[in-house]
Design a protein around this ligand. Sequence first.
Ligand code: NOJ
Length: 766
Amino acid sequence: MSYLSYFAAGAAVAAILVAPEVALAQNPDRRAAELLRKMTLDEKIGQLTQIGGLALVPDPLTPEQRVHNAQAGSILWLSDPVSVNRLQHVAVDQTRLHIPLLFGLDVIHGFKTVFPIPIAMAASWDPALVERAQAVAAKESRAAGINWTFAPMVDIARDPRWGRLIEGAGEDPYLGSAIAAAQVRGLQGAELGGPDSVLACAKHFAGYGAAEAGRDYEAAYIPDELLWNVYFPPFKAALDAGVGTFMSAYMDLNDVPATGNAFLLTDVLRNDWGFKGFVVSDAFAVRDLVTHGFASDPRDAAYRAATAGVNMDMASRTYLDNLAGLVKSGQIPEAAIDKMVLPILATKFRMGLFEHPYADESRMAAVLGAPEHMRLARVAAQRSAVLLRNEGHLLPLTKDAAKSIAVIGPLADSEFDLLGAWQAMGVKSTAVGLPQGIRDVAPGVRVEFAQGVEIHKTYPSMFDGLMGGPPTVPWPEERAAGEFQKAVDLAKRSDIVILTLGELALMSGELATQSTLDFPGKQQQLMEAIVATGKPVVLVLVTGRPLDIRWAVAHVPAILHVWHPGSEAGHAIADLLFGDAEPGGKLPITWPRQVGQAPIYYAHNLTHQPENQSRRAWNEESTPLFPFGYGLSYTTFRFSDLQVKPGEVTVTIENTGNRAGDEVAQLYIHQKSGSISRPVRELKGFRRVSLAPHEKETVRFPLGSQELTYWSSALRKFVEDATQIDIWVGDDSNAALHADFTVAHSTSAYPAGKPDNSMQSPPRPQ
Ligand code: NOJ
């Protein structure tokens, strides 16, 4: 049940039990309507305005003045309870109607306790873990005064050049939907308004991840079939999980900017899906409707965004400066402004802000970075790591045998980069480096560290300063040569090398497109020189996006991908290296061989001469380096006994090795014929299981009309009623265990679909 219907149901029960005036007071929609009646037009427009809390949003007035003038309904980017309370006091004590403010910040993967970046969390294939991590992020945010986070980002991303790939759950709508819903449940809790929950925001609606060539903010062209079958489902799943707000995207979708796009914001979101919360624009996106060559001037931009369905203007003050004029000239009726304001006020009532507007400043010290939060961050980093290669069972290392370990590489001890992009602003987080992590986990071994090489960004961006990345001055040539040699010498005198290579945190995230997937800097040379020493090498990849690791796959026996793992990086990596934790993560993205393959994803359609699919390019395989869903374990698993029953698929997984481990059972389908071509494979179920040596488990996947339904422009929501469906179950998207069945009109378990206006979200995985 969504929280909206939850509240509706709750209110209905309350109405029976308590006096009518009390029941009325508890009903957020009624309270919002009552309050609205008392508001002037200017006060209403104030509620539609989000003001920047930091100097980096230029404004002739201070945030205090804006709030005092009732010109702000929300503040962007303030993240400490003292400043929050100061402004909240102005709103509550000094304005006529005492309407409290919403404080919004990008808490994307943790606040003080930093979890692995979102794409890594998705690699855990563990929605329950994702939910718990976001519940911790919500609790810490709330203790710092933040009551609204701009998460989850649920944009599907199929191009590794796009830096924001790290903020979502990858390329697949089914996995993306499960992770989106889990994040909403974690952030908002069972009941919005609890002391530890924050308002969530599904962003960026919609299609932002389809930026051409991965160039951030670039236009997206997405045909209807892809919109409904691939890009929309995670948003619908967030909505079904009760998400309170949506954020409109920056880019043009099919030539109409998403922030002025009535198809997206009104036809789909409000009319088709029945969204009752409010939409905030992305930062400055209302004003930027002019930049797009869509609106003629800021007044037209305000008109176009407001009439398309954007309730709140983030940071640009275009609504503040223009909406009153548009109402006075009769272009926008005041009733339309009322409709924009109501869900904002109702959300504030629903969150209990009128009763509890202030942050409890005394909670901060005990809540932020609490030991149990850090323990969860360690588990999350363990469960999100993906073992890509392990020739000759080099891993796990034994604590006795590996007497001296060389930890080498520019990211192994770089605190900021181990935390990843979108570290919450305004609070200093810490990360355990890998040398320290190994010392703590395996105190008997000797650990020495050498950085070897440096990494620099070629072009700085505004986020470097905003998020506080360490400024680096390149080493002079002589020093660079010396550091390189030191690393090689260290490798030579050690028993084993843990080589930690990848990308800086801020090489992914917003405004962080890469035109190449090569290791930045001299890391490739360092890797080749270290491998040439003949010592056993474990490559630990610290990166948001997949990199070109063809050489490594041919020459380095063990490769563990840990993404940007967060606060407990060093401990979690060491746990995995020594087998105190079992790697069981799976890739939520297809891993290309090289940049020329981008965009690449598993759920493509079969076309002419599929048998030649692997030879489409004359100089490279067309298959990826690693398929979607791929990841190894220290043990082995066998899938057997695949059975298709009415409405259900079952399969048995057995741990065939001698150590405990995790496997993710993945169910894929393919429709053999129908009214449109469907992808060669589509994920329709998954489950991560932990099995003791030789233990077996039977996993059940529901497979009914919900999983078989797709969008066809001619028919809208649709299930073919006479077609054959292939089924595969296994450990990645190349799974071999196969069955098929016929969807027949007469088969009651697979009812034929009727045209219908609503998308169904996938079920919660068990
Ligand atoms: C721009 C980003 O696109 C969006 O994701 C973020 O939430 C806002 N800025 C606010 O920081």
